[in-house]
Write a protein that binds this ligand. Structure first.
Ligand SMILES: Nc1nc2c(ncn2[C@@H]2O[C@H](COP(=O)(O)OP(=O)(O)OP(=O)(O)O)[C@@H](O)[C@H]2O)c(=O)[nH]1
Ligand SMILES: [Mg+2]
Length: 462
């Protein structure tokens, strides 16, 4: 049975926990026959919803496959809004699989990826933004991504979008009033009121759109590239920042050939730290490829840590950075335990490299490492216009697209309204479009095709 995600008459079952060795697993069912299917497979059934019962689970031939704890949920008070059951089984590779098989033998079918959450949306338990947040929470690779997903699940972004939709509908109502009384002197609505309301919405949509850069950084991490002449201590600094010996360190210049990447999970935006091959005019073709790769990382970086252990190695990097004025630079003077620089030298680095900050570090003693991390965090947050990661953020291309479209429509309305080039009812069509776009974003209206897009990324049992 393949099953269709649209057929809510079917009862679905899946293991919700990752397969593998572990103390416990969870098997969940949802659908009109969820209770009957489980009752047929167990010897004890919870007498009331949301209570637990320890029970034997038997396969189709009556053989015991587990002793599981059973929780029963009665519609509509469940995650999906349907009759549901959760079985907490013993863990491992076999037990949960045989429990699922025993339930399929009693008439359930295996759920498709994300099908439980999809049903929650179809039954009005979650909106689409919250359903996406469920997926983001499971897929979070950093504390920042976890926090953003949790707030979205709590409805933070949905409330923001709903408030904007409410303002747009308010504006539509003002215009409808104006259209109904066209001949009145100046109309009963002062035109300035409509202009002001439109401007407010345009700027709120612009602010929301501006959060998408931060949302992307929270998801992907900010690219922080260590660059500098060979042998200045880039790989040593990389290892010290990551907290383990990931990159090879030797006193031979040209040690690092490939770019090596590690994620540093900070409390705000995660950092994708990349160690690169030292910049020089390399003769060895392999090393030359390494240098080219370094250049391409510098090109894409949010922040470049220009490393040097002397004036010559530091100032020599100016040439490598030529034409890359869009990249933020932190001048990092390395090996401070050997020869600490003077304030005048540091000022020289800052000016020559157009650096946002200068930091003095030693991978040997650990000096300056936390100052460097703070400087990076500062530069990254400046780059996002100091967006607060605690505010609702647009995290997906789908969100950015919808808000961009809504903004375009409201701007089109504003221009047409101001020039009076179209009759008011025609100009107001743009507002209707903007409202519809925001409704698509939340899933307030017909949601089927949006759902297909959203649930492609889900795992089975979610
Ligand atoms: N005393 C001292 N030595 C350091 C420090 N950092 C690096 N070194 C030494 O400098 C030499 C080069 O270090 P690496 O980290 O390999 O330098 P790199 O910039 O990655 O070099 P390439 O990969 O060749 O470009 C090694 O001998 C390190 O032990 C430091 O903070 N203090
Ligand atoms: Mg190296």
């Amino acid at each position: 049975m393949t099953g269709s995600p649209l057929d809510l008459s079917e009862t679905i079952v899946a293991q919700a926990t990752a397969p593998g060795r572990g103390a416990l697993s969870i098997v969940r069912l949802s659908g009109p026959n969820a209770h009957a299917v489980v009752r047929a497979a167990v010897d004890r059934w919870p007498s009331a919803a949301r209570t637990v019962t320890l029970s034997h689970v038997r396969d189709a031939s009556g053989r015991d496959v587990d002793q599981s704890v059973i929780i029963r949920y009665d519609a509509p008070a469940s995650f999906t809004g349907e009759d549901s059951v959760e079985l907490i089984t013993h863990g491992g590779l076999v037990v949960a699989t045989t429990v699922v098989a025993a339930l399929i033998a009693r008439g359930a079918r295996l759920a498709l990826p994300g099908e439980f959450t999809r049903r929650a949306v179809l039954n009005g338990k979650l909106d689409i933004l919250q359903a996406e947040a469920t997926g983001d929470l499971v897929n979070a690779k950093s504390r920042a991504a976890q926090g953003v997903a949790l707030r979205q699940l709590d409805g933070g972004l949905s409330r923001r979008v709903l408030a904007l939709r409410g303002e747009l509908i308010g504006l539509e109502a003002l215009i409808a009033y104006d259209i109904d009384f066209p001949d009145e002197d100046d109309g009963p609505i002062a035109p300035a009121r409509i202009v002001a309301a439109t401007e407010r919405i345009v700027s709120a949509l612009e602010q929301l759109l501006a959060t998408s850069r931060t949302g992307e950084l929270v998801r992907e991490g900010a690219l922080v590239v260590l660059a500098g002449a060979p042998n200045v201590g880039k790989s040593s600094l990389f290892n010290a920042l990551v907290g383990e010996a990931r990159a090879i360190v030797t006193d031979i210049p040209g040690t690092t050939r490939d770019a090596i990447e590690a994620v540093i999970d900070t409390s705000t935006i995660p950092l994708r730290l990349v160690d690169t091959a030292g910049f020089r005019d390399a003769l060895d073709p392999i090393e030359r490829l390494g240098v080219e790769m370094s250049e391409s990382y510098v090109e894409r970086a949010a922040v470049v840590l220009v490393c040097g252990d002397s004036d010559e190695s530091m100032l020599g990097m100016r040439k490598a950075l030529d034409g890359r004025s869009h990249v933020a630079i932190i001048a990092v003077r390395t090996k401070s335990d050997v020869a600490p620089p003077t304030a005048a030298q540091l000022a020289g680095y800052r000016d020559t490299l157009a650096a946002s900050a200068t930091v003095v570090v030693s991978a040997e003693t650990g000096e300056g490492l936390s100052a460097l991390l703070s400087a990076i965090a500062h530069v990254v947050s400046e780059g996002t216009g100091r967006q607060d990661v605690d505010a609702p953020l647009l995290t997906q291309e789908r969100h950015r697209y919808a808000v961009t479209r809504a903004l375009d429509e409201v701007r089109a309305f504003r221009d047409r309204w101001a020039s009076r080039e179209l009759p008011a009812p025609v100009a107001a069509v743009h507002l209707r479009e903007a409202v519809a776009t925001l409704e698509d974003l939340i899933g307030a209206v017909d949601v089927e095709d949006v759902l297909d897009e959203v649930f492609r990324r889900f795992c089975v049992g979610k």
